[in-house]
Each structure stands twice: as structure tokens, then as C-alpha cells.
Design a binder for this molecule. Structure first.
Ligand SMILES: Cc1cc2nc3c(=O)[nH]c(=O)nc-3n(C[C@H](O)[C@H](O)[C@H](O)COP(=O)(O)OP(=O)(O)OC[C@H]3O[C@@H](n4cnc5c(N)ncnc54)[C@H](O)[C@@H]3O)c2cc1C
Length: 351
């Protein structure tokens, strides 16, 4: 508990690692902090994105209990922009921190995309995480006995692979459109650049096949509208650097469940821009200055919402840093530490 309450109020929207880190610091600085979360449970992607086999939820629960004991208030199942408008939230609080993540998934709008069995990775992972938490999930997307194809990679793809294996999938294949990265740091990516090299995640170690230079050109369905295969061609690199499917190389890969793990294009923009008038940068993230403030006075953005889809370490570091900026905005000065600035982002750990 803080020794002195400032009498200032802060709303934090989103309970992922960025929002939680900001809320904890701001509560400790003596402000009255309310965290609003759209989901029924708190934790953001730590709760419903990352599976239990990679991060047990007891760690998130422990932090929530600690923060409640310190005085942070939590309002789950409350969507800002719908249940409470952004502008009325801004009017009700002395400052607002937007920590809503960057969860608009990148799609693959090719023929057959509407077939049953072709889903965004997060649809699959959220349902699986809810089931693991003990919820009854009606018509749960399940991989048992299925040939699963994961399109794309990264942490999201790896979590799909691990979950599908635990569901008892018949096979799990990851398709990447690009070439297999080199095993060692290439000469054109010297230290301290974070090199793009071939990675084997713990999910890959558990099994599954990885195919490279695989351009998916169509999802093929059966007469009931369910996906049955992917039509895939070899990727061709053109002189201008573009990639196209190579003519004459098309072949079919059987599939019962296809999971799109192609990354995220940024935060949801509609209600924020309509109700609050916030701007977005060319990457689709919320426009903000070095002090994390958006172009609306007293409204700050942090974590994936402000930097685009990234990593938990960045979300926590930014959450702690934005707390200092909000504290300074409210009090004129702040004793909180400031680990990072938005301009630090290109230096290392970029993701
Ligand atoms: C499947 C998956 C696996 C990952 N694995 C790793 C990993 O292994 N290591 C790693 O470092 N990073 C990983 N990441 C990335 C990491 O999870 C994110 O970078 C991090 O969670 C971002 O934190 P955040 O607080 O900015 O946003 P989020 O964690 O996305 O939280 C945002 C929260 O805001 C809520 N919200 C959104 N809009 C509203 C609204 N209008 N009103 C109320 N609430 C709202 C959302 O429901 C959500 O709970 C992974 C990401 C995914 C998708």
C-alpha cells in the first residue's frame, strides 16, 4: 500500500503485461487505479494467448492477488468503447492508459478462406486455454485425430504446434512462405543486430514437420464445405525481391484444421479513433510521443498497442516507463524509475 494517496485517478484499459505493470507502479505511487478488461479473466495474452504448458496461470493469479492487496481495482468483462465509451472514461479519470494490445490478425484472403476448419490461430488458442482453465467450451476447435497445418510461425505458431500435439493431432505441419533461415549468423547481420537464424522452439522439439518455400494458393474443401487440403506452390524469389508462387509446382497437402499464425497488423482502431480521436502511425499502432502520450491530452499508449505486436519483456518495461510519465503528468514530477523510451526500441531486443 502507498504511504500517501494523491487523490488522482487513472484508468488502465487492458490487463496484459503492459497494463498490469503500469497499474502496479501507478498504484504504488499513490494514485487510485482502475484496470478495465474486456475478457472474463485478467492477464491479456498471458492468460488466453500463451498456453499453460509454456506459462502456468498461477503466476498471473499471484500477481493479480498481490495488486488487489495493494489497492488496484479490477473490472473484468468490461469493454471500453462498448460498455463505457472512451470519451466518458477520459472525462471520469485524470489520465487514461491504453494497453489494449495489437490483436488484429493478418489474414490470408485466398480462395477457400471461408471453409470450415480454416481459423485464425488465436481462435484456437483462446478456446483451448479456456478449456484448460476448466470452462465448458461449446463446439471447441480441437485437433484430435486431425491433420493440422499451421501457416506462419513465431511464438503464436509454436503455441499452436504444442497445443495440437497435446490435443492428439494425427500430424502437425508448419508451412513458411520464405526460405529456411541459416543456422548461423549471416555476415550481413553482424553484432549487435538481432540475426534471423533458424530456431528450434520447445514445441518443434516435441514433433511436427516444417516446410519452407511453401506458398499456399488455395484452401480446398469437400462437398460439406469443410477444408480437406491446401494447394501449395513453391515460392519463387523475383529480381525485385518480391515472392510469387512458381508455375507448375502446385501440389496438395491434406488438412483437416488450418491455423493462420501470420502475425498481427496492430490494435483495433475503430472505437478509439471515433470516440477519442486518437491517431495511428503507419504501422497501425497508436501515435505517441517520447512521453508515451497520444495526441489526446492525458491519454497514453503502452505495450503492443503503442509499438505493434512484440514481446512480454517489452510490455512490462514499457508499462513501468509509462507509469513514470503518467505520474509526472499528474504530479509535475515522479520518483518512479523509467526503464525505456519509445525511441529505445530500435536498439536491441527488437521484435
Ligand atoms: C500466441 C502468442 C504467444 C506469445 N508468446 C510469447 C512468448 O513466448 N514470449 C514473449 O515474450 N511474447 C510472446 N507473445 C507476445 C506477448 O504475449 C505480447 O507482446 C504481450 O502480451 C503484449 O502485452 P500487452 O499488455 O501490450 O497486450 P496484451 O497482452 O495483448 O493485452 C491486451 C489486453 O487488452 C484487452 N483489451 C483490448 N481492447 C479492450 C477494450 N476495448 N476494453 C477493455 N479491454 C481491452 C484485451 O482483452 C487484452 O486482455 C505471444 C503472443 C501470442 C499471440
Amino acid at each position: 500500500m502507498p504511504q500517501r494517496l494523491t487523490g488522482k485517478t487513472v484508468a488502465v484499459v487492458g490487463s496484459g503485461p503492459a497494463g498490469m505493470a503500469a497499474a502496479q507502479q501507478l498504484t504504488r505511487a499513490g494514485h487510485t487505479v482502475a484496470v478495465y478488461e474486456r475478457d472474463d479473466r485478467l492477464g491479456g495474452l498471458l492468460r488466453y494467448g500463451i498456453p499453460d504448458f509454456k506459462m502456468e496461470k498461477q503466476h498471473v493469479d499471484f500477481r493479480i492477488e498481490q495488486m488487489e492487496a495493494e489497492g488496484t481495482r479490477f473490472y473484468p468483462s468490461t469493454a471500453i468503447g462498448e460498455d463505457i465509451s472512451w470519451d466518458s472514461l477520459r472525462e471520469s479519470y485524470d489520465a487514461v492508459v491504453v494497453a489494449t494490445g495489437a490483436m488484429v490478425p493478418r489474414d490470408l484472403p485466398i480462395p477457400g478462406r471461408g471453409l470450415d476448419g480454416v481459423h485464425f490461430a488465436m481462435e484456437y488458442l483462446v478456446q483451448s486455454n479456456k478449456a484448460t482453465a476448466g470452462d465448458a467450451v461449446e463446439d471447441q476447435l480441437h485437433a484430435e485425430g486431425k491433420h493440422v497445418i499451421v501457416l506462419g510461425g513465431g511464438d503464436t505458431g509454436a503455441d499452436c504446434i504444442g497445443t495440437a500435439h497435446r490435443h492428439g493431432a494425427a500430424s502437425v505441419t508448419t508451412l513458411a512462405i520464405g526460405a529456411q533461415p541459416p543456422q548461423e549468423r549471416p555476415e550481413n547481420q553482424p553484432w549487435p543486430v538481432d540475426p534471423k537464424i533458424f530456431e528450434i522452439t520447445s514445441a518443434d522439439e516435441e514433433g511436427g514437420e516444417r516446410r519452407y518455400l511453401a506458398s499456399t494458393v488455395e484452401f480446398l474443401g469437400d462437398e460439406e464445405g469443410r477444408v480437406r487440403a491446401l494447394k501449395v506452390a513453391e515460392t519463387q524469389y523475383n529480381e525485385d525481391g518480391s515472392r510469387t508462387p512458381m508455375d507448375g509446382t502446385e501440389h496438395e497437402i491434406p488438412a483437416d484444421l488450418v491455423l493462420l499464425a501470420l502475425g498481427f497488423t496492430g490494435p483495433e482502431q475503430d472505437t478509439l479513433s471515433e470516440q477519442l480521436g486518437t491517431g495511428f502511425d503507419r504501422r497501425g499502432a497508436l501515435d505517441r510521443g517520447e512521453d508515451y502520450m497520444t495526441d489526446v491530452d492525458g491519454v497514453f499508449s503502452v505495450g503492443d498497442a503503442g509499438r505493434g505486436a512484440s514481446l512480454v519483456v517489452w510490455a512490462i518495461a514499457e508499462g513501468r516507463a509509462v507509469a513514470k510519465e503518467v505520474d509526472s503528468y499528474l504530479e509535475g514530477e515522479s520518483r518512479l524509475p523509467a526503464p525505456v523510451k519509445p525511441s529505445d526500441h530500435g536498439i536491441s531486443l527488437s521484435a
